[in-house]
Design a protein around this ligand. Structure first.
Ligand code: FAD
Length: 486
């Protein structure tokens, strides 16, 4: 433990951010770094609890008190070694993870939690700066080949781990560059894309081969893949967005969030795209949906210079902080405010969109909405809503982004060709912990298996699936398991 009295001496502090007025002028990341002294103080706040709940709060089982201690002692090699033993990509999670570890931090019971996510980001950035992150080609090759379909965090983690185990790994990606939603979903202001490129370079130097612009099930058949490789890992994400099939859905101006976000990511990286420009400059924008995707539409709309931005959520407004009924500060029980909201956005809770209204040219001009109230069960959980009588009204807007989540992966093409069984939510059926589908030598992980989730879960699933593939190929595995940590 770094400093036994650290949690009493120092308050939680986060690195300075560029002001909202300045940062909306570009798409750059806007969170700064700690000074050496601040980093030391923040790591000193860790209490090194007898039972570190942060370990189990983290889907990767990150060994947090140990790396906090190493940071406090400024032993960067040790801090990096501990962190990278459970997390292949701390540069991603250190920037965009909602940090369930912090919700589990025991200090959080009566003081703000240790700034674990920021410390993680500093460890990996210092490690890169000091050239501690080096390609680690396996000492022995097994002669086995594995195809990974999809290069999001799940596919990348599976590929990195399988390569480490000595297998020859080829990643297939239908986009022009690897990264999945990290590249073409999450905006640059949360994650600049050189961060992904830097990691891909390390993986390529380790021997992982990336084949982009290739959709499995279309450009190469699923059968060929299964024939050619000793094992196949499906990590294609959950890509079918939830629709809002109400009158007027066909109007020009109503888009799925990903149409808007992907295009802007391509614009920022000077990558050509086929579709018509979706721009909100000078427009009244409504974002329907309150999660990460919705927040990213808000941040992007602010940067494009929207006239007004409103975000609708059909659920009632959650409390600002923990309540007596919910004393543990566990996200998502409390109101989640993203940095995009600081930049300007009117949030509306308990509102239902009934119709998109158009003008004579088929362009969106307004939304017809009503307020709603929720009926709750005995635990206070919402079960059913009803409209508030007399609350129906029209709200003028010219652009709507549907950010209501993703229902399941794409079935047409690869999954249908393979004949993989689906679960009741229409994701690929493969038991957690086994990651094996009904098709011989085919495994699945990440959002494609668990449904839409988080980057940290995708990395965790990729790592755990790699262990199962390694076991399948070799009869045993020496790859690390998060079970061993907790
Ligand atoms: P993906 O990242 O979706 O990658 C799947 C890849 O597979 C894609 O590149 C796709 O092109 C490729 N693919 C699919 N089918 C084929 C095929 N047949 N052949 C070849 N390639 C194929 N999570 C967080 O933790 N923090 C955040 O701030 C956050 N923000 C988000 C913002 C947005 C806008 C969205 C949409 C999601 C966000 N998430 C966030 C969720 C997170 O991005 C996902 O949970 C995560 O990326 C899932 O990883 P994955 O590897 O399973 O799939």
């Amino acid at each position: 433990m770094g400093k036994p009295t650290g949690f009493q001496e120092f308050n939680r502090e986060l690195p300075a951010k560029v002001s909202p007025e300045e940062r909306v002028k570009n798409y750059n990341e806007f969170v700064g770094l700690y000074t050496a002294e601040k980093l030391n103080q923040q790591s000193a706040r860790c209490m090194n609890c007898g039972i570190p709940f942060c370990h189990s709060g983290c889907p990767l089982g990150n060994i947090i008190p140990e790396f906090n201690d190493a940071v406090y002692r400024k032993n960067w090699e040790e801090a990096y070694e501990i962190l990278s033993s459970t997390n292949n990509f701390p540069e991603f999670t250190g920037r965009i993870c909602p940090a369930p570890c912090e919700s589990a931090c025991v200090l959080g019971i009566n003081k703000p939690a240790v700034a674990i996510e920021e410390i993680e980001k500093h460890i990996i950035e210092i490690a890169y700066e000091r050239k501690l992150v080096q390609p680690m080609a396996p000492l022995v090759k097994t002669g086995k080949t594995v195809a990974v379909v999809g290069s999001g965090p799940a596919g990348l983690a599976a590929a990195a781990q399988l390569s480490k185990a000595g297998h020859s790994v080829t990643v297939y990606e239908r986009d022009d560059r690897p990264g999945g939603l990290l590249r073409y979903g999450i905006p640059d202001f949360k994650l600049e894309k050189w961060v992904i490129d830097r990691r891909i370079q390390v993986m390529e130097a380790e021997g992982v081969q990336f084949i982009c612009n290739t959709e499995v099930g279309k450009d190469i058949s699923s059968e060929e893949l299964v024939r050619k490789y000793d094992a196949v890992v499906l990590a294609g994400g959950s890509t079918i967005p939830r629709n809002l099939p109400i009158p007027g859905r066909e109007l020009k101006g109503v888009y799925f969030a990903m149409e808007f976000l992907k295009q802007q990511n391509k614009r920022v990286s000077n990558t050509p795209f086929d579709a018509e420009d979706i721009l909100v400059t000078g427009k009244d924008v409504v974002v329907i949906g309150g999660g990460d995707t919705g927040s990213d539409c808000v941040g992007t709309s602010n940067r494009q210079g929207a006239k007004s931005i409103r975000q609708f959520e059909v659920m009632m407004r959650p409390p600002e902080s923990r309540t007596t009924a919910m004393p543990w500060p566990t996200y998502p029980m409390v109101l989640k405010t993203s940095s995009s909201h600081e930049e300007g956005c009117e949030r509306h809770w308990g509102i239902n969109t009934k119709e998109f209204l158009g003008d004579e040219n088929g362009n969106l001009r307004a939304l017809k909405v009503t307020d709603v109230v929720w009926e709750t069960d005995f635990l206070g959980r919402p079960i059913k809503f009803s409209e508030v009588e007399g609350s129906e009204r029209e709200l003028p807007c010219q652009r709507v982004f549907l950010a209501m989540g993703f229902v399941h992966p794409q079935h047409i093409g690869m999954l249908e060709q393979l004949g993989v069984e689906l679960d009741e939510r229409k994701n690929v059926k493969a038991k957690e912990g086994a990651f094996r589908t009904n098709v011989s030598k085919v495994f699945a992980c990440g959002d494609m298996r668990r449904g839409q989730s988080l980057v940290v879960w995708a990395i965790s699933e990729g790592r755990e699936a790699a262990r199962k593939v390694d076991e399948f190929l070799m009869g045993h595995t020496l790859l690390e398991s998060k079970e061993a940590v907790n």
